[in-house]
Design a protein. Structure first.
Length: 290
């Protein structure tokens, strides 16, 4: 089989930066200081487990009082949480992705100028919760599907922003709809990170040219799930996996080509293991029919 791996598959800049900051902090904190992250540093259970082995543990509540140093994960935290941590004198290592930080600043500035904030993303995602917290209370709307457009206050002046890992085409559709219905000013911010756009475009091209598509990444990873949805629309034989152990030889029974892509929180070593597993399955098939 021909196997095509997306060139941009795996860690994006923000994730790589956060993980490296965690590893550096782990070395500096040992053996006396307790180092924690507020929530999993990235949405990949294998990476989270590997960090635990190095003494970096995730906590869900800042009131537990069990940490000496707290690392802010790549998704960022709510504005009020950051203020609370500072007021308590907690030692903070801020690994918020620079793209997320930029989105926070955009919303803060727009809110100060009286704009009603429209954010395109999943309201339950930690990044969205961290970014939208910089808007004024009750003066924002999170949109995750076109049906939510009915709630847009069309008479307000609007500031439109996106989750950094949002589907580029969906964000464009929302912008087009807002431009049609807005009665006043509508300002649009480009906050989808370059890595996300590149991954999505590469995955579309590969999915269009293979018989089977494999998307590698955490099941709780928003950007990986979006890649899976994008690829599935193009190639029905698309499979989302976390590790090489989930690769099923039956997927490739009649396949002549396979594509592999991976989310922004998927480390290289997992991608390499998946690639090896597919190679091994292909080799076993060739020997069987030789």
């Amino acid at each position: 089989m021909k196997i095509i791996v997306a060139p941009s598959a795996g860690f994006c800049f923000g994730v790589k930066r956060a993980v490296n900051m965690a590893l550096d902090a782990a070395e500096q904190c040992r053996p006396l200081e307790k180092l924690n992250t507020l929530g999993p540093i990235i949405h990949n259970p294998q990476v989270v487990k590997s960090l635990e082995e190095k003494g970096v543990f995730s906590i869900d509540d800042i009131d537990c009082g069990c940490f000496d140093t707290l690392l802010i994960r790549s998704h960022g935290v709510k504005a009020e949480v950051m203020e609370t941590l500072k007021s308590k004198g907690v030692k903070i290592i801020d690994a918020t992705c620079p793209f997320v930080k930029k989105a926070q600043n955009y919303i803060n500035e727009a809110a100060l100028k009286g704009y009603f904030i429209i954010m395109v993303g999943d309201k339950n995602h930690p990044e969205v919760q961290s970014v939208i917290s910089f808007a004024d209370k009750d003066r924002f709307l999170v949109i995750n599907n076109l049906a939510d457009m009915e709630k847009v206050p069309v008479s307000e002046k609007l500031a439109v922003i996106s989750q950094t890992t949002q589907d580029v085409n969906f964000y464009k559709r929302v912008i087009d709809e807002i431009n049609k219905i807005a009665k006043g000013e509508a300002v649009v911010f480009d906050t989808i990170c370059d890595a996300t756009a590149i991954k999505q475009e590469e995955s579309k091209i590969i999915a269009s040219n293979v018989d089977v598509m494999i998307v590698v990444g955490g099941y709780n990873s928003a950007n990986t799930n979006k890649l899976q949805n994008i690829c599935k629309e193009i190639q029905p034989n698309t499979y989302h996996i976390e590790t090489e152990n989930e690769v099923n030889p039956e997927w490739f029974a009649n396949a002549k080509s396979v594509g592999i892509t991976a989310g922004a929180s998927t480390p290289d070593w997992i991608i390499e293991r998946v690639l090896k597993k597919v190679h091994d399955i292909d080799e076993a098939g060739l020997k069987r029919f030789a």
